[in-house]
Design a protein around this ligand. Structure first.
Ligand code: ZN
Length: 312
């Protein structure tokens, strides 16, 4: 398996209509990538400029950041040719890697706009190098690529803020990620949500995360027993609720149960907007301590008491 470390530059001009933003919020104007083999050694480089077809002007901030020369983008390929060419260059057995969580989403969104065949019909597993690097150095929050490069004393032999250079530096950071993080801290791009009724389970060191399929409304989710059932993160057994769901479905809801084998289990559920419309649930479940269980119980009591007051 090869690692495809890629970075995109995209454009959204100032003052475009909400209607346009809905159709294609960001138009890709450059693809840069580096291919690493399974030993994470560089085997190939990729770089293409793309001639915009959707927006007719470039945001001034982007012109400045990318140091674009006049007429430079006009010499680019059109998106369909460039994306097709890029995917052929990638090959079949690959793992996509990006700095942050937006590039794979925007690539898929642009491909869908041009009616290209989808990369996948379900969530796509990938490596968010920024997330892995943050786990490695255990700094909270998001570190910029430039700061990571400085912190790791990586030689700055290409200028920043072009697609190729950012992919190149991201690949340098990827090389220092230890095997255990590389294998355990992965991400899913949710441009395509799971279709399975029980959703997709993602193992993560922080506990277990499930993603549901897309539904039309919040109520559809709250009325789907398969989603609202509490499952043990370790044995996935369906558990009887000990603390019923409470909280705000627009923000976060909680519930808890006890697994006969693994002890107290707490779950959090968030309803989010799908990238292609509709809503989906993100459910975290983890084994919690007795004290955490007691504190959830207290929050549940207060929340139901407050609801009782507002009803009367
Ligand atoms: Zn269990």
């Amino acid at each position: 398996m090869d690692y495809i470390v890629f970075d995109l530059e995209w454009n959204q001009p100032e003052g475009v209509s909400e209607e346009q933003k809905k159709i294609l919020p960001f138009e890709i104007i450059e693809i840069g990538a580096v291919k690493l083999n399974s030993e994470r050694n560089l085997v190939s480089k990729y770089n293409r400029l793309i001639k915009p077809q959707f927006y007719d002007r470039i945001n001034r901030r982007i012109v400045k950041m990318l140091a674009l020369k006049p007429g430079e983008l006009d010499r680019g390929m059109n998106f369909e040719d460039a994306a097709g060419d890029f995917l052929r260059w990638c090959g079949k057995d690959v793992r996509f890697c990006t700095w942050g969580n937006q590039d794979l989403m925007e690539l898929q969104r642009n491909m869908a706009y041009y009616g290209m065949e989808a990369l996948s019909d379900r969530p796509l597993k990938y490596i968010d190098v920024q997330k892995q690097y943050s786990r490695l150095r255990s700094k909270g929050g998001q570190i910029s690529l430039e700061n990571a490069v400085t912190a790791e004393n990586i030689i700055r032999d290409v200028p920043f803020h072009r697609a190729y250079s950012d992919a190149y530096y991201t690949s340098k950071i990827l090389k220092i990620i230890p095997e255990d993080i590389l294998e355990s801290v992965y991400s899913y791009d949710l441009y395509h949500l799971p279709e399975e009724a029980r959703g997709l389970k993602l193992d993560d060191k922080a506990g277990n995360i499930w993603y549901s399929p897309a539904y039309e409304t919040k109520e559809d989710i709250l009325n789907t027993p398969g989603i609202m059932t509490i499952r043990c993160p370790l044995c996935t057994k369906a558990l009887k609720r000990r603390i019923g769901w409470f909280g705000n479905p627009g923000k976060v809801m909680h519930a808890a149960a006890v697994c006969p084998e693994h002890g107290h289990v707490g779950v959090g559920l968030k309803i989010k907007n799908g990238e292609q419309g509709g809503v989906y649930a993100e459910i975290h479940s983890s084994v919690i301590t007795k004290e955490e269980f007691a504190s959830l119980k207290e929050k549940h009591r207060k929340s139901t008491a407050a609801a009782g007051r507002s009803e009367s």
